[in-house]
Design a protein around this ligand. Structure first.
Ligand code: GMT
Length: 376
């Protein structure tokens, strides 16, 4: 197959999933063309079947907001024509599904098919906003197939947008060899902790929806009972506020702000517990990556997260904002080495049996084949 993938290239779950999917497809001998305004950060451009096409947006004094969606549609159309692509896979509804639909319309003779994958905030925050609601709905209705990353997100999409067409649930996935407990690195761990201290970790794009301030609050409560350090990985709009909270709670000396890190498997495998107290989380890729590394998760029972983390088995889930409850659960787990080990093993087991790339990529391939079979 020849597939063009439109995605956000920066740090964030939808771009990661799109990149990993494209590379997995290339390994299976499909030709994959990534189309975005810069190379997606996890894409390995050295693979023969992986191609990256950058969208250039001309700015003009008349444009207060340069129309990226139109430039993307034009680039998609060029890529389709030059490479005999039959399938456009849009990750994140806005603007990608709209640009893909426009490209399909602009080159009718190519008989293109469009698949849209919904990732979360494209439905729960961006799409739900009045300014994007109707166009998001249009993107979903007009796509040849739609996937969502969890049952919860599929249900939310049907409810919020009154969608009746089928939405395929295709979860996020991991490569069990890359995200593995074998990536634990004692020297790396010892560069953050001293002696028997526990290492807690948070990985995100520090958007308000991730509640990084709650992460610091949970940690400061845990640290009263368990000697521990917190590793904050990533960057984003709430980074400064999270640092201020660490200062206010006088835990600065035990919180490490590592900034953006490209490969997080070693850090996850070298940590004891991931904190993910998000406001909403359609799936929680960071949780899955931690689990695959044998690191249990303490987070919120929100969105699709309970489909990933089994409360009491591979981690602990509590209501959004209940930092006390999440801290208590974290203390329980970290304070009991046997429980910590059991949960880590259960987490790894769940990740590799339910969410391995081998299984999930096949689900996408099957949808591609079904959709392509409808071409005249
Ligand atoms: O994290 C976001 O704010 C948006 C989005 C993204 O593009 O990074 O993340 C979403 O997609 C991920 C991949 O499918 C999911 O694992 C995340 O749960 C989801 N984030 C939210 O729903 C907040």
């Amino acid at each position: 197959m020849k597939i063009a993938i439109a995605c956000h290239p920066t740090f964030g779950g939808s771009g990661v999933v799109a990149s990993e999917l494209g590379m997995e497809l290339a390994k299976r001998d499909h030709d994959v063309h990534f189309v975005s305004y810069q190379p997606p950060f996890r894409v390995d451009q050295h693979h023969d079947r992986v191609h990256v096409h950058e969208v250039e947006v001309t700015s003009y004094p008349l444009f207060k907001y340069p129309p990226y969606a139109l430039a993307l549609a034009t680039k998609l159309m060029e890529v389709v024509r030059a490479n005999d692509v039959h399938l456009l896979h849009a990750h994140y509804a806005i603007p990608h599904s709209i640009s893909a639909l426009l490209a399909r319309q602009m080159c009718r003779d190519c008989n293109l098919r469009v698949i849209t994958t919904l990732h979360g905030t494209d439905i729960t925050l961006v799409g739900a906003d009045h300014s994007f609601y109707e166009v998001t709905r249009y993107g979903i209705e007009e796509s040849d197939a739609v996937t969502a990353v969890s049952d919860d997100l599929a249900a939310e999409t049907r409810r919020e947008f009154g969608i009746e067409k089928p939405i395929h649930v295709v979860p996020n996935f991991i490569d069990p060899d890359v995200y593995s407990p074998t990536r634990r690195n004692e020297a790396l761990r010892q560069s953050y902790v001293t002696g028997d201290e526990a290492l807690m970790i948070h990985v995100s794009n520090f958007r308000p929806v991730k509640r990084p301030i709650d992460v610091v609050r949970i940690f400061s409560l845990v640290a009263k009972d368990v000697p521990a350090r917190l590793l904050m990985v990533g960057t984003g709009p709430e980074l400064a506020a999270a640092k201020e909270e660490a200062a206010r709670l006088e835990v600065c000396d035990r919180v490490i702000f590592a900034g953006a890190v490209v490969g997080v498997a070693e850090l996850l495998a070298s940590s004891d517990l991931l904190l993910l107290p998000s406001d909403s989380e359609s799936f929680g890729l960071a949780a899955l990556e931690a689990m695959a590394c044998g690191t249990p998760v303490v987070g919120t029972c929100t969105g699709g997260l309970p489909e990933v983390v089994e409360d009491g088995a591979s981690g602990a889930l509590e209501p959004v904002g209940d930092v006390q409850a999440m801290a208590m659960r974290a203390v329980e787990i970290l304070g009991n080495q046997q429980l910590l080990r059991q949960m880590g093993e259960a987490a790894r087991q769940r990740a590799v049996t339910k969410f391995p790339a081998s299984r999930v990529v096949e689900q996408y391939v099957q949808i591609y084949e079904e959709v392509l079979a409808t071409r005249d």
